[in-house]
Unconditional design. Structure first.
Length: 415
């Protein structure tokens, strides 16, 4: 599920200067003109500087943008703030917006959500959809201002009604997930549909997910496949993974293992851990491909290094059993530990049993009880049955202390 999308930098005034790409949740990237060399950079900087010093607001904005992105000059947050500030004081809405964004994310300056909100507010009331979208999200999250869902909805709808796809996507997400509003599949579909029609890939992906799961609407795997296909060809790894799994299972399309492998590898090659895990699983289990322990280890290893708990668990299992590789209980324990601290109940149970038996580690009944109890609290049936044996090995005081630690325990997500 893709989360709300914020506009990064105002693109409205940049058509004169350069093409700007904004990526939800990512960094702003200026598209370089292949014919734009160092001499052109120097001439452009000098001309812009002269106009800016003469009080031209548009040139001041452009100069701030150049320092902000390092276009023709070294990146310099303080210089960007200086020139954005001059342009903003003269009423340049793009400079006002970009000041808000710099304060919101702390880019080049100290983060200050109150000032970010103030700048967004100045531009939002003038009708800029980018600012209305970001202002709405700040009200939704309660950042720089008291949380107010109705105000958030109001600003997002103003932007959405201007045909601003990010705001339409964000409204769809709110209704889809019940964030500040009652869950409403029809409203989610309405807003996702508007954003998707404008090419918003996050909305296209989430439409595919709703159709795949039948969440809020009637399940339709053919439509799910179609939406995933639209996004997958644009390079979204989430969609490539889901599309690959649909080809692997034959859902919404005839089963085609080669197509499945192709899409999963596209996503995996982008460093997408879920795709890497699924490739590992296919080779580990021989699902559509010959069993291959080395390939399984390769793909599980890539996903595990990115913090994928399922891949970490499966590596632990392979090392514990010697499945496709040489048995190594120390490495099994290490991988179970990594997955267990992230909250994976299967790993917690297996880690507890290794402490119980002293495999790969010294026997420790209290550690065993801690991890198995943690897994049992998360509903693992094997852990629940293992508790009866473990409880007999501890005193009441030991159990009480461990149970208190388990109740206070929180998972740690790996980067």
């Amino acid at each position: 599920m893709n989360n709300p999308s914020r506009t990064l930098l105002s693109a409205a005034a940049l058509a004169t200067f350069a093409a700007l790409c904004t990526w939800p949740g990512g960094d702003v990237q200026a598209q370089a003109n292949p014919a734009y060399g160092k001499q052109d950079d120097a001439r452009d900087v000098n001309k812009t500087m002269a106009l800016a010093n003469a009080g031209d607001a548009q040139a001041q904005y452009k100069l701030g943008w150049m320092y902000d992105l390092g276009k023709g000059v070294p990146k310099d947050g303080q210089q960007a703030m200086l020139w954005y500030g001059k342009a903003a004081a003269l009423g340049n809405t793009d400079a006002q917006f970009n000041l808000g964004r710099m304060y919101e994310v702390g880019r080049g300056i100290e983060k200050n959500e109150q000032l970010a909100l103030d700048w967004y507010q100045k531009v939002a009331v003038q009708g800029m959809a980018d600012a209305q979208n970001n202002l709405g999200l700040m009200y939704l999250d309660g950042r720089g201002v008291a949380k107010d869902v109705q105000v958030a909805l109001g600003w997002l709808k103003k932007a959405a009604d201007q045909g601003y796809a990010d705001a339409q996507f964000n409204l769809g997400w709110m209704y889809d997930r019940g964030q500040g509003v009652p869950k409403d599949g029809q409203q989610a579909m309405l807003w996702y549909g508007k954003a998707a029609a404008l090419g918003n890939t996050n909305a296209q992906f989430n439409l595919g997910r709703m159709y795949e799961l039948g969440r809020g609407i009637e399940k339709n795997e053919q439509l799910a496949l179609d939406w995933y296909q639209k996004v997958a060809v644009q390079g979204m790894a989430d969609a490539q993974t889901n599309l690959g799994l649909m080809y692997l299972d034959g859902r919404g399309v005839a089963k085609n293992v080669q197509m499945a492998l192709g899409w999963l590898k596209k996503a995996a090659d982008q460093g997408y851990a879920n795709a890497q895990f699924n490739l590992g699983w296919m080779y580990d289990r021989g699902q559509g491909v010959p069993k291959d322990g080395q390939q399984a280890m390769l793909w599980y290893g890539k996903a595990a290094a990115l913090g994928n708990a399922d891949a970490q668990f499966n590596l632990g299992r392979m090392y514990e059993l010697g499945r496709g590789i040489e048995k190594n209980e120390q490495l099994a324990l290490d991988w179970y530990q990594k997955a267990a601290v992230q909250g994976l109940a299967d790993a917690q149970n297996n880690l507890g049993l290794m402490y119980l038996d002293g495999r790969g580690v010294a026997k420790d009944g209290q550690q065993a009880y801690f991890w198995v109890l943690l897994a049992a609290y998360r509903g693992d049936p094997s852990a629940k049955s293992n508790l009866a044996t473990l409880e007999k090995t501890l005193t009441a005081a030991q159990k009480n202390k461990i149970e208190a630690n388990v109740k206070a325990w929180k998972p740690v997500t790996q980067p």
